[in-house]
Write a protein that binds this ligand. Structure first.
Ligand code: GLA
Length: 369
């Protein structure tokens, strides 16, 4: 029996640009899903149970089908992708226990996909590299779940390193570990506890809009089709052709790509105030130009804006709900939460929740017997 631990992720900055050839700055977090796996001796029958769910997923490797509960398709999707690469999989039993909050923008789905892929790789000695496991997770999401996600979440879950964020160039897939030395500041996630059901559909819509905008820009300026070649000046020149919606989408992407590069410089030189200001700008762009925020997220970011001890705050992940990520002085956490809890409850009749996190180790084996 082997047990794998696979983390969720945060993203300091660089949202919705992993599928736009941008840069992202994620980190694995200290909230994980643990999966215990063993070979069961059957040629094709697999069982997967998840703590908190009474039903057990039973799958046949020769006839996977679609799942009946949300998490099933992540599991089936991963098995399906692995089977495209190898015929070494046999029957196995898996038990999972997750501490990664679902629907919070910290990618519980990537934690599950990567943990399972990692575990099966080990259990059946498949010899897949970390990058292959990352891409299996991403393709599971594309092909089985239907979200045309980028590479950031699976990358962060697998490659995470304690005390570090990772600057990933989503075009070349080169990356660099960046120490997160935050002094008296902390990373605080404040959960709106809403998850508007727009996420999958609108996510794919944003992706298609960016592609359309890029098509227009590439043919007008005769450049390679990548946002890395697009400048603000080009956007201004092509404004009429793009129309207001595509102009805003593309302009957000170009600005966010630049912001991540600036943020890394600030983080490296310990200038957290500037780093925080970039986080606020990122939120503004996501909310106004990219339109993937929601009233609850905007409200929490606005509240934090009044607090000098909060250097930065922004929505995180796909959007339309989930958490805000706050760069906050350690002494300001309790008073801010007290204030925000009451104000948020009054405005939305919803109770927010929160947790602190630290950049942590990526997917790993925690026991093998
Ligand atoms: C989701 C996707 C990622 C990324 C973020 C937004 O989490 O899975 O690939 O696009 O949204 O940055």
């Amino acid at each position: 029996m082997i047990t794998v631990s696979s983390p969720g992720r945060i993203n300091l900055i660089g949202e919705h640009i992993d599928y736009n050839d941008g840069f992202v700055l994620p980190a694995a977090i200290d909230k994980c899903i643990n999966l215990s796996l063993k070979v069961n001796g059957h040629p094709s029958r697999c069982t997967v149970k998840s703590e908190g769910f009474s039903s057990i997923l039973v799958a046949d490797l020769n006839n996977l089908g679609k799942g009946t509960e949300g998490w099933h398709n992540y599991v089936l999707g991963v098995i399906n992708e692995i089977q495209k690469l190898t015929d070494k999989l046999k029957g196995f039993d898996c038990a999972m226990r997750s501490r990664v909050p679902v629907g919070s923008g910290v990618s519980s789905s990537a934690a599950l996909e990567c943990g399972l892929a990692f575990g099966l790789n080990e259990l059946f000695d498949l010899g897949l590299t970390k990058w292959e496991l990352i891409k299996i997770g991403q393709r599971a999401e594309h092909n089985y779940v239907g979200t045309k996600c980028g590479i950031m979440d699976q990358f962060a879950s697998v490659m995470g390193k304690k005390g570090h964020a990772m600057l990933l160039d989503c075009r070349s897939l080169d990356f660099e570990y960046i120490a997160t030395e935050l002094g008296d500041y902390r990373l605080l996630l404040v959960n709106t506890n809403v998850s508007h059901n727009l996420s999958t559909g609108e996510y794919n819509v944003r992706r298609a809009q960016c592609e359309k905008g890029l098509d227009i820009l590439a043919s007008r300026f005769n450049i390679d089709k990548t946002f890395r070649n697009v400048t603000q000046k080009m956007l201004e020149e092509a404004k009429a052709e793009l129309g207001p919606l595509l102009f805003n989408r593309c302009s957000y992407v170009v600005e966010e790509i630049k912001r991540v590069q600036e943020a890394v410089k600030e983080l490296k030189s310990g200038n957290l105030t500037k780093m925080g200001a970039l986080m606020y700008q990122s939120h503004e762009g996501l909310s106004k130009k990219y339109e993937v925020s929601c009233a609850e997220l905007d409200y929490l970011v606005e509240l934090s804006n009044d607090e000098p001890e909060i250097l930065g705050s922004r929505m995180m992940g796909g959007g339309f709900g989930g958490c805000t990520l706050n760069l906050i002085h350690k002494n300001a956490i309790e008073p801010f939460i007290q204030k925000a809890w009451g104000a948020y409850k009054k405005k939305f009749s919803i109770e927010l929740s929160y947790f602190q996190t630290v950049p942590s180790q990526g997917t790993s084996i925690i026991s093998n017997s």
